[in-house]
Design a protein around this ligand. Sequence first.
Ligand SMILES: Nc1nc2c(ncn2[C@@H]2O[C@H](COP(=O)(O)OP(=O)(O)OP(=O)(O)O)[C@@H](O)[C@H]2O)c(=O)[nH]1
Ligand SMILES: [Mg+2]
Length: 324
Amino acid sequence: MIEDIKIALLGTTGAGKTSYLLGMYAVMQTGVQGFTLAAKDMDTDLDLTERWERLIAVEGEDRWPTPNAAEMEKYSFNFSYGFRPLIGFEWLDYRGLALSDRSEEVDVKELSDYLTQSQCLFLCVSGEHLTEKLTLSTVRQLKSDRMNQFIQQYVSHDTIPSSNRPFPIAIIITKYDLCQHREKQEIIADIKKLFQALFTPNSGWLVMICPVSLGKDLSDDPHGGDIVPVNVHLPIVFAVYAQLRKWGIELKEKRDRAGQTVEEMKKTNALWQLLKEREIKSKSAELQDCETQLTTVEKNMKLLAEELQQVSLFFSGNEVTADV
Ligand SMILES: Nc1nc2c(ncn2[C@@H]2O[C@H](COP(=O)(O)OP(=O)(O)OP(=O)(O)O)[C@@H](O)[C@H]2O)c(=O)[nH]1
Ligand SMILES: [Mg+2]
């Protein structure tokens, strides 16, 4: 099992971060294609479920979560296939206003620390500000410039992404019900303008653009319509896929190195080989081990990639499809 991945979510206040977390958890608790999510802590599980039930059952303003207060809420989840844990991850929910605050505020500091340690980033942009063609005020409403600044400052600080070390970012268009009257391609073009740096050649960013919504009819009345989550599982599937992909690249490099060493050892004379027998054996075992792990990684990647066929994926600015 791989170490836990940290996912950071950037989005201004009201972008729908907490609502998204609740919806995503509810859907993934039941599972999609055998993939499930469970909070590592049983009480957290109950808490998230209760808050979700309120969102479905209650009508009016009260159904929605209250805006986050200054303290950070950290969640730990297990992502499993057929109840076999594949990967664990950590999720931070915080008050979106922190995006606009000065860096000496405690939670701004905590957020930036978390960002430097994250392996995957989710950007939340709300569909309520994408109902018409992009203007200058869109940038202000979404705080997209602020998000770009956070990415530059903290995310690509220690880990500059590259072709061999891609960094995954999911741009989540929350409340998509509010802008779905527009052509999807038009919205994607707007997103690419807002976050230009993430779509530049050779930059190493692996970017998914994913519309999500908690309901189809909420556009008429967000306090009265039925809650029917759409696409909420895809960003998580993407995060796990990207992590396995990265792990696959590392395993291949390790395998190739071990393979080369074994080849070289076998080229030496017989006496030397006899002396080095144990070393050759252990290297061969390492090689075998890499192959086995790689097979498992690729099998899981294939399952996840199937789910990702319907979303727009870009690597260093080029549109790509999820493959193994
Ligand atoms: N139409 C529609 N409205 C939504 C949807 N999801 C959330 N909302 C609305 O967006 C509001 C804000 O959502 P939150 O999840 O509290 O936003 P947040 O990003 O957590 O905000 P902070 O905690 O202040 O950072 C909610 O009160 C709802 O009115 C959705 O899928 N569709
Ligand atoms: Mg919130």
